[in-house]
Every structure is written in C-alpha cells, then in structure tokens.
Design a protein around this ligand. Structure first.
Ligand code: PAP
Length: 335
C-alpha cells in the first residue's frame, strides 16, 4: 500500500471536459439553495447534502475522472467522528509488517497525511492521477455514500460515526479554528441551530449516517460500520475486525507478539497527541493548511455535557431518534 505523496496530475482528458465541468459548477452555484456556512460563508445543497462549494466541484470531478479499483479501501466518515484515529489504526494495521513500533511512520507523520482525501485532491486541472498508487490504495472521504460514483460498490469501505452531540461540539471548535478570517466567529447558538436543521458540511448528519447504514446492510462484506464509542470501549476488538476486514487477520504468532495491543497503544489519544509531529506539524488539504494539533482536542465520549443544556440535548436526541427510526441505529445513552 502507499501513503499519499504529492500525487502526479495527468492530462488524460481534453481541457474541454474540464471546462464543461467548471461551467456546470458555476451554474449550480447560482441556482441551488444555500445556507450559512461553518468555515466558509455559505454551504450549498447539492443533491440533498450541504457542501462547501469547493467540494461540489470536487464531486463533479470525482464522477468525471475517478476510476475505482476493486482493491481500493475507503475510510468514510461524517466530519469529527473519529477519522484521524481510524486513519492511524488502519495504516498501522495494514502496514504492520513494514513499520516497527519503536520507530514508526506515525511517529513522524500526522495521521491525516496518510490517506488521500478525495475532496481536496480533486480541485483543478490537470486532474490528480491516482493510478500509480500501489494497492491497496487508501482513500478518505466525507462524501455521503449516495454522492459517490456507483463504481465504488466493488470497493471496501470502513465507515465511522459518533454520537452527534459530540460531533457538534467537536465540529464547532474545529470550524472556528479554521474559519475564514474575514468572517466573524460562529456562535454556538448558531452552530446548534444549523446542525439541528441539517445544515452542516456533508450533512444532514442523519442522512449521511443512513446512506452508509443502508449500504452496509445491503453489502456487509463491503462496508464495515463502526462507532467511535465502540472503538473507545474495545479498541483491540476493533483492530482485529479491521485486520480481518482488510484481508489479513492476525496470526497466532502476531497474537503472541501482542501486535494488536501495540497498534492500539501507538494510536491512542495520549500517545498520538503528544508526538512532536502532531503538536507542531501541519497538514495541507488543497489550499487549506491545518495545524495537526487541531485534530486532537479531548478525544472523549460525552464532552457535549459541558456545553449543551438539557433542552438542547432533548432537541438533538429527538431529531436523531425521529430521523433514524427503523434503521436499528441509535446514539448516546440509548445506544
Ligand atoms: P476530521 O473530520 O476533521 O477528520 P476527526 O478526526 O474525524 O476530524 O475528529 C476529530 C475528533 O477525534 C476530535 O474529537 P474532540 O473534538 O471531541 O476531542 C479528536 O480529539 C478525536 N480524536 C483524534 N484522535 C483520536 C484518538 N487517537 N483517539 C480518540 N479520539 C481521537
């Protein structure tokens, strides 16, 4: 497998195709509904999901240019659901024969840099060429399942979700850190209202979760559906699931060497957040540069209790209960 270096860009299509996509994008931005944004001024409702405009363009490019391969492995998530942690767990599980735990790749590279993030790779011409990445290619995405090209049904997906109340708090802190400098800070009251209305990057939250939930019920061998809370509770069990799902379960020798336990310890919040690379390093997402430390805030379950009133909690729980009814999926105390 390969970690994503600066990927080459290839001119496989005529410029005219790209120009057409830009025209379509400009038309969409002028015509589709918009709402207040969290990082940028506006989010746009594209096929039922609220997206930062640059990701609408990325989605058009994805459909036009991206060729999936059956060996591809995707990590999909709603923002702030545990992506950084899962990236670390997946990369160290899949590369357990390649790196040793004393001097590991993750000691020097922020977990966010270890996957190709589709949304920020696809933004301009020439289009990023993923063909030279060695198998399995690892991609991360926040796009809901229904916004991905149908060809990805042959690929494996790991989906991580989290109690939406913790997602809201985590996201509010994070977005204010990276919010456009010419915008005033986003108040918590506004963030709460937006989240409840579903106006949240890649949201509504519940539609995102349901898009992968339905797909995982249709093809459980292709989508491993995880919750942040279960990773917290039983990290080693999850690492074993990851290894088996990605095609290489742990052997008896590896069990004797406590490899799964080493992976869990390497990737735990305390360890990762105290590494120099995660205290001082940065990760680039297209033009956006984010301090790695912003991906490590508290790493706890239930921090929402410090911010939500009882009334706010009841409102979110009520919305989620109603929207997820019949899906078999629950969050929070009732999970
Ligand atoms: P992203 O959507 O920007 O990629 P993502 O990694 O999904 O962010 O979520 C960040 C959350 O995961 C943060 O939660 P918090 O704000 O409630 O603290 C972050 O602290 C948490 N996190 C990051 N790494 C770990 C880890 N190793 N273990 C547990 N939680 C973690």
């Amino acid at each position: 497998m390969s970690t994503p270096p600066s990927l080459p860009r290839t001119e496989t299509k005529e410029d005219a195709d790209y120009i057409k996509i830009c025209e379509e994008y400009n038309y969409l931005i002028e015509t589709i509904p918009k709402g207040n944004g969290w990082r940028v001024k506006h989010l746009y409702n594209y096929n039922g999901f609220w997206l930062n405009p640059i990701y609408i363009k990325a989605n058009l490019l994805l459909h036009a240019y991206f060729k999936s391969h059956p060996t591809d492995i995707f990590l999909a998530s709603f923002m702030k659901s545990g992506t950084t942690w899962l990236k670390a767990l997946m990369i160290s599980t899949i590369n357990r024969h390649r790196y040793n735990f004393c001097d590991h790749h993750l000691h020097h590279h922020g977990p966010q840099t270890t996957f190709s993030f589709l949304e920020s790779e696809l933004h301009s011409y020439p289009i990023t060429d993923f063909t030279n990445m060695s198998a399995p290619r690892l991609f991360a995405t926040h796009f809901p399942r229904t916004l991905l090209p149908s060809s990805v049904t042959s690929c494996k997906f790991i989906y991580i979700c989290r109690d939406p109340k913790d997602v809201l708090i985590s996201k509010w802190f994070f977005m204010n850190k990276i919010r456009d400098k010419d915008l005033p800070p986003l108040s918590f009251a506004e963030a709460f209202e937006l989240f409840c209305k579903g106006i949240s990057d890649f949201g509504p939250f519940w539609e995102h979760v349901l898009s992968y939930r339905r797909a995982s019920l249709d093809a459980p061998d292709k989508i491993l559906f995880l919750k942040y809370e279960e990773v917290k509770e039983q990290p080693e069990v999850v690492v074993r699931k990851l290894a088996a799902f990605m095609g290489e379960p742990f052997t008896m020798e590896e069990d004797e060497e406590r490899v799964a336990e080493n992976i869990v310890n390497l990737c735990n919040f305390e360890n990762l957040s105290n590494l120099e690379v995660n205290k001082k390093g940065v990760t680039k997402f297209g033009k956006l540069v984010v301090d790695n430390r912003e991906f490590f805030r508290k790493g706890k379950i239930g921090d929402w209790k410090n911010y939500l009133t009882e009334e706010m909690k009841e409102r979110i729980d009520g919305i989620i209960h109603e929207k997820l009814k019949g899906s078999g999926l629950t969050f929070g105390e009732s999970a």
